[in-house]
Unconditional design. Structure first.
Length: 270
């Protein structure tokens, strides 16, 4: 049985999935999911940008500052060397990412959505901009698109906030944190594009559906980039809890004797 969720649908090399096909395949996005934060908590979805922090708890922390309008930053910087999974998602399934961003904005009553995309990710940025243009004007009015410098640290959450607000893509170590005071002093959610794409599916299918796949205690699926000495390098969608050895096997196995494996992301495990 196929475990594809984010990458299900038209051939990934055929270009961005059009809005009409996206809606035909998945159905319309729910206008509002009143209990979405709690659904996300129950789903076990964790951030797909590297830190693996529970998404529902992150959203709940923004809600605790509900007296002030929030800002949502959609993090598509992807500055990690050799990683291609976020730009593939933006290039091939832009409306899935946008759905998640608008759900976050509605749920957190955000006044602005910032799409923070790596400046070198030309096809991904073009696909996202064109997909945004297909959305109603009342939604587009909330949106800004900001180019992230081609540097690894530019994708860190406080660096994304710093560049969006002050034009400098360097991480900040001093409080307050973005969820307390971020872009323009507002409580700010910084969420990776893959995380938001999962949100768009969870809103449609609920938490039990998300948890129906996953191994060794993991929940849902995730995208990984497998490169180097394998027979089929590229982006894979795998079950959470899949081992490195299993992922390499899914990528066609080693193409030569393996001397070392480099795992990206601070939350990665061997």
């Amino acid at each position: 049985m196929s475990r594809l969720r984010l990458l299900a649908g038209p051939d990934l090399m055929s270009g961005p999935e059009p809005m009409a096909e996206h809606v035909r395949r998945l159905g319309p996005l729910p206008a509002h999911v009143d209990d979405l934060v709690e659904v996300l908590v129950r789903s076990g979805l964790t951030g797909r940008g590297g830190a693996a922090f529970p998404v529902g708890l992150k959203w709940r922390s923004i809600q605790s500052h509900s007296g002030r309008p929030a800002v949502v930053v959609v993090n598509g910087a992807e500055g990690e060397p050799h990683s291609r999974k976020d730009r593939l998602l933006m290039s091939a399934r832009p409306h899935l990412v946008i759905d998640g961003a608008f759900l976050a904005a509605r749920t957190l009553r955000a006044k602005q959505i910032v799409f923070y995309i790596g400046e070198e990710h030309d096809s991904a940025r073009t696909a996202m901009v064109r997909a945004l243009a297909a959305r109603p004007q009342k939604e587009r009015g909330l949106v800004r698109v900001v180019a992230s410098p081609a540097r690894y640290v530019a994708g860190e959450s406080s660096a994304a906030v710093h560049l969006t607000g002050a034009g400098i893509a360097t991480p900040l170590t001093a409080p307050p944190s973005p969820h307390e005071q971020g872009v323009e002093g507002a409580p700010t959610l910084v969420q990776n594009v893959e995380s938001l794409a999962h949100v768009a599916l969870i809103a449609r299918h609920r938490d039990a559906w998300f948890r129906s796949v996953g191994r060794r205690g993991g929940a849902g699926t995730l995208l990984v980039t497998v490169s180097g000495a394998v027979n089929g390098p590229g982006v894979l969608e795998i079950e959470a809890g899949t081992t490195v050895g299993e992922a390499v096997a899914l990528a066609g196995g080693p193409s030569e004797p393996t001397g070392a494996v480099l795992i990206g992301g601070i939350s990665a495990r061997g």
